[in-house]
Design a protein around this ligand. Structure first.
Ligand code: HEC
Length: 149
């Protein structure tokens, strides 16, 4: 009897492990397409921010900055070793050769969006603040880690 219970318990553990594993495992295609979608979303939101700030709609711009910041943090998990090629990725091999530098830039870009949300409350020149805390991070990273397009 005890033996039987043990076997059933083991089976349940194996079964639930298999289930959770297959639910979490993303394919290479999903990861590459997923990161491209997040960068595109960030770009759309960055353009919206520029438009909103031209007419000083500061409060409306803030949630978009938070969204970009959160996406950058999620993106840290979207560059595993097995996603260097395929699915029209524009990611350069330099990412995996300099992973710490890449991740540091990603985190800085995220932090800067939170700083920007604060800075626009008092900044005299909203365009300069966006350049310094938003757009400059795109080019800093792309120049080294994204293929020319
Ligand atoms: C820390 C690095 C980093 C930062 C910061 C960064 N990017 Fe990128 N970006 C990349 C990489 C790497 C790719 C290539 C991803 C791929 O194709 O797999 C990319 C791709 C893109 C793409 C193409 C997405 C697609 O559909 O192929 C756009 C658009 C983009 N970035 C816009 C931006 C904008 C706008 C900013 C700043 C607001 C920004 N990125 C900040 C690294 C970065």
């Amino acid at each position: 009897m005890i033996q039987k219970i043990k076997i059933i318990k083991t089976l349940i553990i194996i079964f639930s492990f298999t289930l959770s594993f297959s639910a979490n495992a993303q394919t290479v295609e999903e990861i590459i397409k997923g990161r491209k979608a997040m960068f595109s979303e960030n770009y759309q939101n960055a353009k919206k921010i520029s438009i909103l700030l031209k007419s000083k709609r500061i409060e409306e711009a803030k949630p978009l900055m938070k969204k970009i910041s959160d996406n950058y943090i999620k993106l840290l998990d979207y560059f595993p070793e097995n996603t260097k090629e395929g699915f029209k990725t524009g990611a350069l091999p330099s990412i995996w050769e300099n992973k710490d530098e890449f991740n540091t830039l990603m985190k800085k870009a995220s932090d800067d969006m939170i700083k920007l949300a604060k800075a626009i409350e008092t900044a005299e020149d909203l365009r300069a603040a966006q350049k310094e805390l938003m757009w400059s991070n795109c080019s800093a990273c792309h120049s080294k880690f994204r293929a020319p397009h």
